[in-house]
Design a protein around this ligand. Structure first.
Ligand code: COA
Length: 311
């Protein structure tokens, strides 16, 4: 489904983006106006990160997120837009319309996109082809803040649970690495990862009793950490499992005092189609390229170092 991010654009000092790079909870103030028990700013960020798609509007002067929209979907036929909000001060400037247009452009191949909205927003949607339908909705008002729900209950792979980082995951790591020969085809380095998984804290993504993904974390300093290696069974790619492990790893690292996260991967100048996918994943997780080290590994495998700050 063509749900890839649209490029960023700027209109009248407002920038529009479909990623969360550099967005922290403090950039999300003032939302859920008039909600009696609104989600926290942290929960708001979780909601965006766990949505299949979202768009944000940023005041280029202050860096504040001044509007957002999000979408959830089965990825095949149907989608629902749960939330659209523009901060009161920025209303009446077309921000909501741009958010809607950018999001719809990414999901135009779907059969149905539904939403519920207030009467005053009806014309905005009608001008984009939406029609009034009869809709039924149920609300659990004592759950409005979404405080008691773990984010992973809502991701696309609903049967996946994440085990906290622990050593002794070598068996699962080996099975997954061996299922990914396009990335881990060199026996010697595969064996090294397996050996390291005996002692290195490793998160596992579990589908029932079976590990379908892993993420190994190394700590060089208390303030920082590295995604040492990550893998998901090929049958389970692009179902949100990598994202889920990443979110859990970040949560764990932040609680443990880490402020920066790094990851090393094959530099895109190699043009390796598989590692270009890996890079797309890291970029979607908010990493930014920092430097290429041409000879850190072998001269024919230039290493790209990516970093992100943890908030
Ligand atoms: C990299 C890897 C761990 C990602 O796990 P995953 O569960 O497939 O990734 P997710 O479904 O959570 O993807 C999260 C986001 O990353 C981006 N992404 C992931 N795979 C992508 C791809 N092939 N092309 C473009 N973007 C991609 C997307 O933005 C995606 O969000 P979306 O699906 O809502 O658009 C997995 O693909 C993998 O095991 N790859 C092989 C091993 C590897 O590359 N390891 C790292 C080298 S050490």
């Amino acid at each position: 489904m063509p749900a890839t991010s649209t490029a960023s654009e700027a209109v009248n000092g407002i920038a529009f983006r479909s990623d969360l790079e550099g967005i922290k909870t403090e950039h999300l103030t003032g939302y859920f106006v008039d909600w009696p028990d609104p989600p926290s700013q942290k929960r708001h960020l979780d909601i965006l990160a766990a949505s299949h798609g979202f768009e944000i509007a940023i005041d280029e002067e202050t860096g504040q997120v001044v509007g957002f929209i999000n979408l959830i979907t089965d990825g095949i036929m149907a989608a629902y837009i749960p939330l659209l909000e523009v901060l009161p001060k920025y209303q009446g400037r077309g921000v909501g319309g741009v958010l809607i247009d950018r999001l719809l452009a990414r999901y135009q191949d779907l059969y149905m996109i539904d939403l519920c909205c207030d009467e005053n927003v009806v014309p905005v949607y009608e001008s984009r082809g939406f029609k009034r339908f009869i809709c039924m909705a149920r609300r659990n008002f004592d759950r409005q803040s979404a405080a008691a729900v773990e984010p992973q209950q809502h991701i696309r792979s609903k049967d996946i649970t994440i085990r906290p980082p622990e050593p002794g995951c070598e068996e699962a790591v080996e099975i997954i690495l061996r299922s990914l020969p396009e990335w881990f085809g060199i026996e010697e380095s595969l064996a090294e990862y397996v050996e390291q998984a005996k002692t290195m804290p490793t998160l596992l993504a579990m589908e029932g009793d079976r590990a379908v993904g892993f993420l190994m974390i190394s700590r060089h300093f208390p303030e920082s950490a590295e995604v040492h290696c990550v893998g998901v069974l090929p049958t389970h790619h692009r179902k949100g499992i990598g994202r889920l492990m990443h979110m859990a790893a970040e949560e764990h690292l932040i609680a443990d005092g880490a402020r920066f996260l790094q990851v090393k991967t094959l530099s895109p100048e190699k043009g390796d189609e598989y590692y270009l996918r890996t890079l797309a994943f890291y970029q979607a997780m908010g990493f930014a390229p920092l430097e290429v080290f041409p000879t850190l590994w072998q001269p024919h495998n230039p290493c790209l170092l990516l970093v992100k700050s943890l908030s």
